[in-house]
Design a protein around this ligand. Structure first.
Ligand code: NAP
Length: 244
């Protein structure tokens, strides 16, 4: 019997690559998305055509009730949930003092509370089985700080604290919690910054290129595997040397 993995924000970008990689490796995957049903269903069809097991599910991770309903459906349709990947996230660029309450609260709700909501819903089952793993997607900006992205960087730093503290709390229950801090990855999130900024980011990345969603998916795959069974509470940076 395949084990189930929930990947939040899996319709596009990094989450999409994570979902595809895990499905190919034999996980039953829930492709969570917010608005882009077309993109989620296109991925679902691709994966099913390759013989993978997957479902697509619309839920706003910021809404606890929607997350609870998603987790129930995944349990019914895919079985035991052994992996949660908290990838869904939004970014926003503005001076700190121009960042209004609504933007600040939405970034916190999606990026930080979203990861809390999903973990709250999957943990009871993981604790009772004494196994499972959670991988949270932070950002290198959450480690080094980012001018004009204070709200975003604060939520991503919060994910680091969530990861380390939760890892300590649930390790005795046989559950591992780790975190990935990607550098600049070629997705829509970077595309909106424009070509000039993209070029500067490539120049600032010692390895000389932006990362691919597959670079991050490979790391999730490792952290979710038995090969990482002694690794918990860690923040692993994958940024081409940006913040060495
Ligand atoms: P992206 O291309 O903009 O995709 C974002 C994904 O999150 C989409 O699938 C979107 O769904 C989903 N989403 C947004 N809000 C959601 C919500 N409230 N509930 C459920 N799903 C939601 O972003 P990305 O670049 O792949 O980033 C993925 C993660 O990596 C984020 O947490 C981001 O902060 C982090 N990260 C990215 C970079 C980078 O350079 N790209 C660097 C460091 C960290 P829809 O398609 O339905 O809108």
């Amino acid at each position: 019997m395949k084990k189930a993995a929930i990947v939040t924000g899996a319709s596009r970008g990094i989450g999409r690559a994570i979902a595809a990689t895990l499905a190919r490796e034999g996980w039953g995957v829930c492709i969570n998305y917010l608005e882009r049903k077309d993109a989620a269903e296109e991925l679902l069809e691709q994966l099913r055509a390759k013989g993978c097991t997957a479902i697509a599910y619309q839920a706003d991770v910021a809404q606890r009730a929607q997350v609870a309903a998603m987790v129930d459906t995944v349990r019914q349709e895919l079985g035991e949930i052994a992996l949660l990947v908290n990838n869904a996230g939004i970014s926003y660029q503005s001076l700190f003092q121009d960042t209004g309450d609504a933007v600040w609260e939405r970034l916190l709700a999606v990026n930080l509370t979203g990861s809390r909501n999903t973990a709250m819903e999957v943990l009871p089952e993981m604790i009772s089985r004494k196994s499972g793993s959670i991988v949270n997607i932070s950002s290198m900006w959450g480690l080094r700080g980012a001018s004009c992205e204070v709200a975003y960087a604060a939520t991503k730093a919060g994910i680091v604290g969530l990861t380390k503290s939760l890892a300590l709390e649930v390790a005795p229950s046989g559950i591992r919690v780790n975190c990935i801090a990607p550098g600049c990855i070629e997705t829509d999130m970077v595309k909106v910054l424009g070509e000039e900024t993209r070029r500067m980011l490539v120049e600032e990345t010692p390895i000389g290129r932006l990362g691919t969603p597959e670079d991050i998916a490979a790391l999730v795959s490792f952290l979710a595997s038995e090969k990482a069974s002694f690794i918990t509470g860690q923040v692993i940076t994958a940024d081409g040397g940006f913040i060495v």
